[in-house]
Ligand binder design. Structure first.
Ligand code: NDP
Ligand code: MG
Length: 403
């Protein structure tokens, strides 16, 4: 089935007979990606409708979004907020669901075409799997889904003939470089990384880094978890694993290069030695917009890169001796099985603890490394075994916090 065949024909949208409206479900609508996605949709109200919005605890923003975009469903995973939302939306037809089950039920709803998977962390896995089972196109921001259970997700997407359209800027860049190259062999991909706020720093500096400093990313404004992952370079490690699954690559085919300006979003090198790069200003609205409009390109008013200003685009090797999270992620990528799932779980616990000022910046690496050593390795896990490995890794990593 082609992607287009999944979209409905809607003669009455914006009075524009013949237009195709893509019906979008935004899982994680109150986050950095979710709110930017709503800006993209608002700018193209003739092309997109919003069918589902979900949040974890931010009921106020969810209510505001619901009143503006009028979805069929809203879901709040924090069940204590259910009544507040129900009351606030009582004069509308919007149905309110709650809890993890609410997410699953909404994901299986028939009346949408594309799920924007923009929940942060492991919590995004189950609803995304449910949407794949329901045959929906996935615009994937939540990289943790592929890190935790990439083999199962990709296998299921193939079985259900479901397209996974990357929203992560690097993977969107690679995806865009590959348009028209379906029959050609990729020699390798080059994932670019800004290097984060501590580029060039050494452990004697990093040991004293505090939460607020780590949350200052030089080029991108993002949610707290991914901002810390960018500062530790774990984000690039997670992206290597994400790329392996999205583009069916071996670990040797995935290279990381530091590119502090974040103008080249990633590159593909083909077997003839030619390299294609996708460029643009660092703005997540562009990859979100591309995933929604794919395979078309649709005009936007986003700011353009200016070649008339003096610019330098520079590249350097990542320092994986200092930023050991990237080395640990490479180890997990090479080992495969449940190791990336263990890495991810330990990282989520460690980053959350760092954000609460309970552990130091370098303790994050220590916690992940010890958890990877502790939790039993499984070469070919079932989905249940991934869930179990995640749970065990979380419990063990949390036990290290009092160290
Ligand atoms: P945010 O923290 O800004 O937003 C996360 C969203 O998920 C919010 O809507 C939040 O609800 C919801 N959420 C949080 N925890 C849970 C939970 N346990 N169950 C259900 N929903 C939950 O994250 P980002 O938007 O920055 O990132 C989202 C995903 O996209 C991540 O996987 C990230 O790696 C990826 N990504 C993000 C980029 C960015 O620029 N931000 C770039 C590339 C990828 P609430 O607001 O109520 O807490
Ligand atoms: Mg990225």
């Amino acid at each position: 089935m082609s992607i287009q065949s999944q979209f409905i024909y809607s003669p009455d949208t914006a009075g524009n007979a013949g237009s195709i409206v893509k019906r979008i479900a935004i899982f994680g609508s109150t986050g950095s990606i979710g709110t930017q996605a709503l800006e993209v949709i608002a700018a193209h109200a003739d092309k997109f409708s919003v069918e589902i919005l979900t949040a974890h605890t931010n009921h106020e923003l969810l209510i505001t979004q619901a009143l503006v975009f009028k979805p069929k469903y809203v879901v709040i995973t924090d069940e204590k907020k259910y009544t507040l939302i129900k009351n606030a939306l009582s004069s509308t037809d919007i149905k309110v669901l709650a809890g993890e089950q609410g997410l699953i039920d909404a994901a299986s709803y028939q009346g949408y075409d594309i799920m924007l998977a923009a929940i942060v962390g492991y919590a995004g896995l189950k609803p995304t799997l449910e949407a794949i089972n329901a045959g929906k196109t996935i615009a994937l921001a939540n990289k943790e889904t592929l890190v935790v259970a990439g083999d199962i997700i990709i296998q299921k997407a193939k079985e259900k003939n479901v397209k996974i359209l990357p929203v992560d800027s690097e993977h969107s860049a690679i995806f865009q470089c590959l348009v028209g190259e379906e029959k050609n062999v990729i020699e390798k991909i080059i994932l670019t990384a800004s290097g984060g706020p501590f580029l060039g720093r050494k452990p004697n500096f990093l040991v004293n880094v505090k939460r607020d400093h780590a949350l200052q990313h030089p080029n991108w404004s993002m949610g707290a978890k991914i901002t810390i992952d960018s500062a530790t370079l774990m984000n690039k490690g997670l992206e290597m694993i994400e790329a392996k699954w999205l583009f069916d690559l071996t670990p040797e085919q995935i290279q990381v290069v530091i590119h502090p300006q974040s103008i080249i979003h990633s590159m593909v090198q083909f077997e003839d030695g030619s390299i294609k790069a996708q460029m643009g200003l660092p703005d997540m609205k562009l990859p979100i917009h591309y995933a929604f409009t794919y395979p078309d390109r649709v005009v936007t008013d986003f700011p353009r890169y200016n070649f008339k200003k003096p610019n330098t685009l520079s590249f350097e090797e990542p320092d994986i001796k200092t930023f050991r999270n990237l080395a640990l992620a490479m180890e997990a990528l090479n080992k495969g099985g449940n190791m990336p799932c263990i890495l991810n779980a330990a990282n989520e616990i460690a980053v959350f603890a760092f954000l609460k000022n309970r552990v130091g910046f370098l303790d994050i690496t220590e916690m992940i490394e010890r958890t990877m050593e502790k939790i039993p390795f499984i070469q070919h896990p079932t989905l249940e075994e991934y869930y179990d490995s995640d749970g065990e890794a979380r419990v063990f990593a949390a036990s290290l916090i009092e160290m």
